[in-house]
Design a protein around this ligand. Sequence first.
Ligand code: NAD
Length: 260
Amino acid sequence: MLRGKTALITGSTSGIGQGIAEAFAVKGCNIVLNGFGDAGEIELLRSRLAADHGVTVRYDNADMSKGDAITAMMDKAIAEFGAVDILVNNAGIQHVAPIDDFPIEKWEAVVAIDLMSSFYTIRRALQAMKERKWGRIINVASAHALVASPFKSAYVAAKHGVAGLTKTVALEVAEQGITVNAVCPGYVLTPLVKKQIPDTAKARGITEQQVIKDVLLAAQPTKQFVTVAEVAALCVFLASDDAASITGAIMPIEGGWTAH
Ligand code: NAD
């Protein structure tokens, strides 16, 4: 039932977003990729997804910290495909610092990309979804939409904000065939997280294995990373007709982290 629908995934040139884009391409959806990175690698990804799955794949380089660029991306996708049937707000950045030492421009960037960008995409996506009486909005939040960690004030505030936005929009469109949910991953071993491991090992004078076990996975009872494939499969399920009654949910996928 997803074949022929259009899925736009922000921040899909890497990590979780790329996995979600591929999972929707496997289901026969046309895809709009977005995110930063090497132009040649992005073109390889775009053409591979199109060729492997027989779907149309576009790439838009809109900066998720800029409202005008986001609006232009949405309008272009809707003009080409008629609607963004499945909107996945995934782009995100992190910055770690004590609140009294947190650079103002970093705080603003985290909130703009991790929270505000979803306001700009959602407000543009809804009209065509309402006309089709069908839509799926999936916000990639975080376990940090449910619990806090020190030194991540901007990220935790933004992700808690995403939870509030999710519930509010879900209520506004509940009678129109549109569901709005947030998925809340624990640690996923994406390029972003991988890059932190050697530096943390060096800074703390411990091995990379100890960083994984005692730092990254300390809060995750399964002691396993959540996988990109697991998050992508949850998103595909939330887009399915079987999930039509799931809306306004803030859904953990974090190996038991928030059960503590
Ligand atoms: P990643 O760094 O691998 O991917 C982030 C993507 O966002 C990239 O495609 C990047 O180009 C894009 N992006 C960043 N800034 C952008 C901007 N201004 N405009 C457009 N695109 C931009 O990270 P990831 O780990 O795959 O994270 C994806 C999402 O999952 C984020 O919202 C993150 O908060 C969330 N998340 C990640 C984890 C984890 O452990 N990796 C855990 C919970 C939640």
